[in-house]
Design a protein around this ligand. Structure first.
Ligand code: NAD
Length: 371
């Protein structure tokens, strides 16, 4: 079964197709977009080993020839050096304005290749073939592309919408468990920010989904994409509502920076911890009851996920240093701390000017739990 979600953006509208076996049908899905039967695929080495042959076979079955570049896996790849490498490789492959570039991989590949496609010949079309849960439910949809720099994450990039997204949930079976759960952090985020019934369902069926239930995975990815597509359609460039997707991210980005964007804390793990802290902050500000952050934590724990600062191995800087890192985040507007807070599960909103003392108190308590 394949579900289709439309991202409605006028002339830049596209479909997100979600189902099992979509890579094996990629040639037929992509062929209508092509002016000539030739594509360039960019992926990472891990994904290439597991899924590139299936993709090139599927393309060949429709008479589409493909050249491929496999970059090293991991967040470290999302940098200037690999942007240059990818873009120059695409030029060497003689990719023209009317051609289509395929991004096969997780969020790192999607963000990097999407950005490369945005600047190549002032913009060529690209198709996202997201292979991680995080990329399927979040990063492949919505057109945010970019790289990290020494100054921070995702500080250089462009809005460049894909022409099509093919989310093959079958490929999630080769995703390491930790990466799967990291992506699940973003799935939970959708329930927390705007769909309490979805969160109820995740509390019930999350464990089955984690353990490989295909129907549950299809439902979770589809609902997440529906929510993202709806928000992006209403607010493509984050003038308002799209900021809700940053629930948990102000904490997350500070923690990622403090831990060096590496193996100590994956992005979705930081999002999950950040969501729990955002609910904690909301309760402290009297916006929701203390039961709500407890319920968030209980679900993350039941899934076997990182829940709190105490689950992050190694040293962390203190509260003041974390707040300083938050202030460097691009979500800071005119030096004011902007958070996504919640009046309850499924009821997030953008809060400007959050009192620093409340943030400090939440972080102090979380630091105390580490001891
Ligand atoms: N553009 C956006 O809107 C947006 C939204 C959220 C996150 N992001 C970005 O996404 C990135 C994180 O994405 P990610 O978690 O997918 O990281 P990732 O791309 O590094 O993938 C995680 C790991 O899983 C491996 N992998 C991916 N698919 C696999 C599969 N099917 N089988 C086996 N291994 C597989 C990769 O090789 C990698 O080692 C971050 O850079 C984050 O900033 C972007």
């Amino acid at each position: 079964m394949t579900n289709t979600v439309a991202v409605d953006l006028g002339a830049r509208s596209y479909q997100v197709r979600i189902g099992e076996g979509l890579i094996a049908r990629a040639g037929a899905e992509i062929a209508p977009l092509l002016r000539r039967k030739r594509v360039a695929v960019v992926t990472d080495e891990t994904v290439a080993a597991a899924h590139l042959p299936a993709l090139t076979d599927a393309l060949a079955a429709e008479g589409i020839s493909a050249t491929a570049l496999a970059l090293p896996p991991g967040e470290g790849t999302k940098n200037w050096e690999n942007l240059a490498r990818c873009t120059e490789w695409l030029l060497e492959q003689k990719v023209e304005r009317k051609d289509v570039v395929l991004a096969l991989g997780g969020g790192v590949i999607g963000d990097l290749v999407g950005f490369s496609a945005a600047i190549l010949r002032r913009g060529v079309r690209f198709v996202q073939l997201p292979t991680s849960l995080l990329a399927q439910v979040d990063s492949s949809v919505g057109g945010k592309t970019g790289i990290n720099t020494a100054q921070g994450k995702n500080l250089v990039g462009a809005f460049h919408q894909p022409s099509l997204v093919l989310a093959d949930i079958g490929v999630l079976s080769t995703l390491p468990g930790r990466d799967f759960l990291s992506g699940y952090g973003e799935v939970v985020k959708y329930g927390l920010l705007g769909d309490a019934a979805f969160f109820d369902w995740l509390e019930r069926d999350g464990p089955a989904l984690r353990d490989g239930d295909t129907a549950a995975r299809l439902r979770a990815v589809t609902r997440s994409v529906e929510m993202k597509a709806g928000i992006v359609s209403r607010d493509e460039t984050e003038e308002g509502e799209r900021a809700l997707l940053n629930l948990g991210h102000t904490f997350c980005h500070a923690l990622e920076k403090a831990t060096g964007y590496g193996d100590r804390l994956l992005h979705g793990e930081g999002v999950a911890i950040g969501c729990a802290l955002a609910f904690e902050l909301s309760a402290r500000l009297g916006l929701c009851s203390q039961e709500e952050p407890s319920r968030v934590r209980a679900h993350l724990a039941a899934m076997g996920m990182k829940v709190d600062l105490s689950d992050i191995p190694g040293d962390l800087p203190g509260t003041e240093a974390l707040i300083a890192l938050m202030e460097q985040d691009k979500k800071v507007v005119d030096g004011r701390l902007r958070f996504i807070l919640a009046r309850g599960i499924g009821q997030a909103f953008v809060a400007e000017d959050v009192p620093g003392e409340a943030v400090r108190a939440v972080l102090d308590e979380a630091m105390a739990r580490r001891r």
